[in-house]
Ligand binder design. Structure first.
Ligand code: SF4
Ligand code: SF4
Length: 143
C-alpha cells in the first residue's frame, strides 16, 4: 500500500497488500531500525536466515548479528510457519484498509508502484482502474 499512485492518492483498497503482503521481505536497514526502536511488535513477525543456514526470530536478534543475515522472511510468530497474509493490514471500514505500521513499514512497501508494468503491476489496483476510467471517459468526450 502506497500513499500516492502516480500523483493520485492511494484509494486504500488494500488489494496490493492482500496480493503481495505474505511475501514481504524487509531490508537489513529496516530490521536495524526496528531493533534500535524496540519495535518487537513488528520484529516478532519476521525470521532471519544466516549464512550458515540457521534461522532465528528477528525479535531475538542482536545488532551485531545483522551482518551475517542473508534473508529475512515473514513468519508466524508462534509456529514459525509461512503466513498467508500480512498481519499488519488493518480493515477500518467495508472498503478501506490501512497499514498498521505505516510510518515504519518495510522499504519494499514504501517503494511499491502498482502502475509500473512488470512484476509488480497490479491491474486490480483501484486507483489505476479509476485513472483508466477517467481517461476513457475523457477520450470518449473529445470532440
Ligand atoms: S506492511 Fe503494510 S504496506 Fe506492507 S503489505 Fe503489510 S499492510 Fe501492506
Ligand atoms: S491496490 Fe492501489 S489503491 Fe489499492 S491499496 Fe494498493 S496502491 Fe492503494
Amino acid at each position: 500500500m502506497t500513499e500516492n499512485c502516480n500523483g493520485i492518492d492511494c484509494d486504500q483498497c488494500g488489494t496490493c497488500c492482500k496480493v503481495f503482503g505474505d511475501s514481504i521481505s524487509p531490508t537489513i536497514e529496516n530490521v536495524y531500525h526496528w531493533l534500535t526502536n524496540d519495535r518487537l511488535d513488528i520484529l516478532r513477525h519476521f525470521s532471519a536466515c544466516f549464512a550458515n543456514g540457521t534461522w532465528k526470530k528477528c525479535s531475538g536478534l542482536q545488532v551485531d548479528e545483522l551482518g551475517d543475515i542473508i534473508t529475512v522472511e515473514m513468519r508466524d510468530p508462534d509456529t514459525g510457519a509461512l503466513v498467508s497474509a500480512c498481519p499488519f493490514l488493518s480493515r477500518v471500514s467495508k472498503n478501506r484498509y490501512l497499514c498498521s505500521i505505516h510510518m515504519a513499514k518495510p522499504e519494499m512497501c514504501d517503494n511499491y508502484k502498482p502502475w509500473i508494468w512488470g512484476e509488480t503491476y497490479l491491474r486490480r489496483c483501484r486507483t489505476i482502474r479509476e485513472q483508466e476510467r477517467k481517461t476513457s471517459w475523457q477520450d470518449e468526450n473529445v470532440t
